[in-house]
Ligand binder design. Structure first.
Ligand SMILES: [Zn+2]
Length: 426
């Protein structure tokens, strides 16, 4: 587990988070949270200051071996003074108490009776956002006892807290990046799905449960398809999907979030199973094989977008794949016409525009389609399997994909990768 901690604040020491343990108390009526958190980490250098991401949370107290530590904020960063210089490789266990009213990252929907996390983990817990930082998670959330909930990791026995509340707990024992941590909880129903080797969960509100059962019926087939393409079985014991009030779709560890509107549109034939496939593809490409930093985000999103089209080709036939490829091509032409085209590997991924996202998603997918055409079916899918197997639960760079494609095809692909991925850069 190598860490590439950001050197924000000149004195911040690089470190490797091993484990987070969190007891979170969200309150629907006030849209607020309280958290009691433990972070276990190893220092990777001598030093006395370390930096976390903490959104807009109000940190009340940080303790190390029972002693209160000084800390300060630098915008969204939380800088912790360890009191004295600590030696490299020292294992530290910090106890943090905080509260706050996250404006995003944790969605409160009192009208629907739902609370769920979305995209920005450091808005509701102190964490390291960098996707290269993988750690295990023990997540407990205090929730109304009438609610159903799913979270990242294996569910542990429910603890009854008082007449109205339970503590729901999940243990994620495979180290994963913090952006795939989260949970969905609410006044939801459980809908059964046909299974094929992987246990499935589907939660939706009463108005959508019946429709969701139909819309998500292909889930087992989606999982088998990607397991075969990846050359690696689905990496968790259970795959949960939750239909929530509002999201564009989000992948978490062993859990995907989709919206009520998606279910309505898919039930009416206005949307395909593509979004289900996209979020499921991330269980391999994104969550398990993770871009080393956000500059190489196309390795998550271009891959998931391409894999969605590959699934639609299998599920709906050749025309569905061709339609997706033509859509990507049109988007790239539009980017080029307005001078917004960029290499897939960004020099920095900071406040990306809609066009930047199109580069990462659609152009990324199209480049994989180009590679598929260049290498042919056998070598291309061999390369995908080799790449996925070699980098499960690890961070990747574009050159890792290039290497797998070159080894499988026996060809030097540097001209293609320079043209599409690196641009003018070597
Ligand atoms: Zn995605």
């Amino acid at each position: 587990m190598l860490a590439f901690a950001l050197a924000v604040g000149t004195a911040s020491v690089p470190f490797d988070v091993r484990h987070y343990q969190l007891l979170l108390q969200p309150e629907l009526a006030t849209r607020s949270v309280r958290g009691e958190e433990r972070i276990d980490l190893d220092l990777l250098a001598n030093g006395r200051e370390i930096a976390f991401d903490a959104g807009a949370l109000q940190v009340d107290e940080i303790r190390l071996r029972g002693r209160a530590l000084q800390f300060r904020r630098e915008d969204k960063r939380l800088i912790v003074d360890l009191g004295v210089e600590q030696p490299v490789q020292r294992r530290l266990s910090l106890q943090i108490r905080y509260h706050g009213m996250p404006k995003f990252g944790l969605e409160f929907h009192p009208e629907a009776g739902e609370i769920y996390t979305i995209f920005s983990t450091s808005q509701w817990m102190v964490a390291v956002d960098a996707p290269s930082q993988r750690a295990t998670l023990d997540l407990s959330v205090v929730l109304p006892n009438s609610w159903r909930a799913v979270g990242t990791g294996d569910a542990v026995l429910i603890h009854h807290l008082d007449r109205d509340h339970d503590v729901r707990r999940w243990r994620l024992t495979t180290p994963m990046p913090s952006y795939v941590y989260g949970f969905v909880a609410g006044d939801l129903e459980r809908a059964a799905l046909p299974e094929n080797g992987v246990a499935l969960d589907l939660l939706a509100d009463a108005a959508h449960a019946q429709r969701a059962r139909t819309v998500f019926a292909a889930t087992a087939d989606v999982l088998s398809f990607f397991a075969e393409k990846a050359g690696v079985p689905y990496p968790h014991r259970r795959y949960s999907q939750a239909v929530v009030v509002d999201t564009i779709g989000q992948e978490l560890a062993g859990l995907s979030l989709l919206s009520d509107a998606y279910v309505d549109d898919a039930a009416n034939g206005k949307r395909t199973v593509g979004l289900i496939a996209h979020e499921t593809a991330h269980q391999w490409w994104g969550n398990a094989v993770t871009c080393r930093d956000w500059n190489e985000f196309w390795l998550n999103e271009g891959m998931a977008t391409f894999m969605t089209a590959a699934y639609l080709q299998h599920h709906d036939g050749e025309a569905a794949y061709v339609e997706a490829v033509n859509g990507w091509r049109e988007r790239i032409d539009a980017l080029r016409a307005k001078g917004a085209d960029k290499p897939l590997v960004f020099p920095d991924w900071n406040k990306p525009s809609g066009d930047d996202r199109a580069v990462v998603y659609q152009k990324g997918a199209y480049f994989l389609h180009v590679l598929r055409g260049e290498l042919g079916e056998k070598a291309f899918w061999q390369a995908i399997r080799d790449y996925t197997r070699a980098h499960m639960n690890a961070s990747v760079q574009t050159r890792d994909l290039q290497q797998a494609m070159e080894l499988a095809s026996g060809r030097d692909l540097s001209a293609l990768f320079n043209e599409w991925a690196y641009g003018a850069r070597p």
